[in-house]
Design a protein around this ligand. Structure first.
Ligand SMILES: Nc1ncnc2c1ncn2[C@@H]1O[C@H](COP(=O)(O)OP(=O)(O)O)[C@@H](O)[C@H]1O
Ligand SMILES: [Mg+2]
Length: 249
């Protein structure tokens, strides 16, 4: 299964991705986390892994990919953009993957320098990566950048399920509606995880489409500390039911 984790900036997408990955791995699932957020660098730390190299480096880097993208755009639809062939995890060069059996991590590409240009090449590559990767019994968790730009780029096309992380804010509630609409358009099931919850979980649940809520993650001090110190997130008991539902439905 391929799960795309999305939501508002700061809602907890990366944290929840790491928590889901840990819970799945503890059950013996093979998990591949795909970091498609070009701006933030923290996910590898939340997973307790070393920083991976950019996957984009294996394809001529941003410059090489950008040139292919420009050629495709100039062809005005006459050429097909095909960056990758169908592949499985074993086809990915070892130096571009970090992690052991259990949780592995690939990062599509990061912005490293001032003035290096837009992130379109990363977006195009993220879309193809998710579409062309054969899951082969693995659980693929795709952490995304904030908001809905990745929907515009079609990153969700190759996914099996869209998971929206909703924190207690009006913007998150609004975004959950927008993402549900877009999910319906591309025929992908959408579910919600409420994050950083305290006693307000019931109220937040009543503000969103409650049928889509598969669980809530509490505000947890150990999780907060791990995020602050850049260390691995702990395993949380509350993730059990959430992961049961992700794997079952
Ligand atoms: N369940 C949680 N418990 C405690 N703190 C959390 C929790 N989820 C997120 N946080 C806090 O919110 C911050 C932002 O989370 P992050 O996962 O980086 O958001 P996003 O990836 O959506 O931008 C974290 O650094 C952490 O401080
Ligand atoms: Mg993030």
């Amino acid at each position: 299964m391929k799960f795309v984790i999305c939501g508002k900036g700061g809602s907890g997408k990366s944290t929840v991705s790491a928590l889901i990955a840990r819970e799945m791995a503890s059950r013996g699932e093979k998990v591949l986390v795909v970091d498609t957020d070009e701006s933030n660098f923290g996910l590898y730390k939340q997973l307790g892994l070393p920083q991976p190299r950019d996957f984009m480096d294996s394809l001529g880097g941003k410059k090489g990919l950008g040139e292919r993208l420009m050629k495709f755009m100039r062809s005005e639809g006459k050429e097909k953009l095909s960056i990758l062939q169908e592949f499985s995890i074993d086809d990915i060069p070892q130096e571009l993957i970090v992690g052991e059996d259990g949780i592995k991590l690939v990062a599509i590409g990061k912005i490293h320098d001032y003035g290096e240009g837009c992130a379109c090449p990363m977006g195009a590559l993220a879309r193809e990566f998710i579409e062309k990767l054969k899951a082969d019994g693995m659980q693929v968790i795709v952490d995304t950048d904030a908001g809905i730009e990745h929907f515009g780029r079609g990153v969700e096309a190759g996914s099996d399920r869209i998971v929206v992380v909703i924190d207690p804010s009006f913007e998150s509630v609004q975004l959950s509606e927008k993402i549900s609409e877009m999910g319906a358009k591309i025929n992908k099931p959408v579910c919600f995880i409420l994050n950083r919850m305290n006693e307000d979980a019931a109220e937040l649940s009543s503000l969103v489409d409650g049928k889509k809520v598969i669980g809530s993650v509490p505000f947890d001090r150990d999780v907060f500390q791990a995020c602050l110190k850049g260390s691995q997130v702990p395993q949380l008991a509350e993730m059990k039911e959430i992961v049961d539902r992700l794997l079952a439905e």
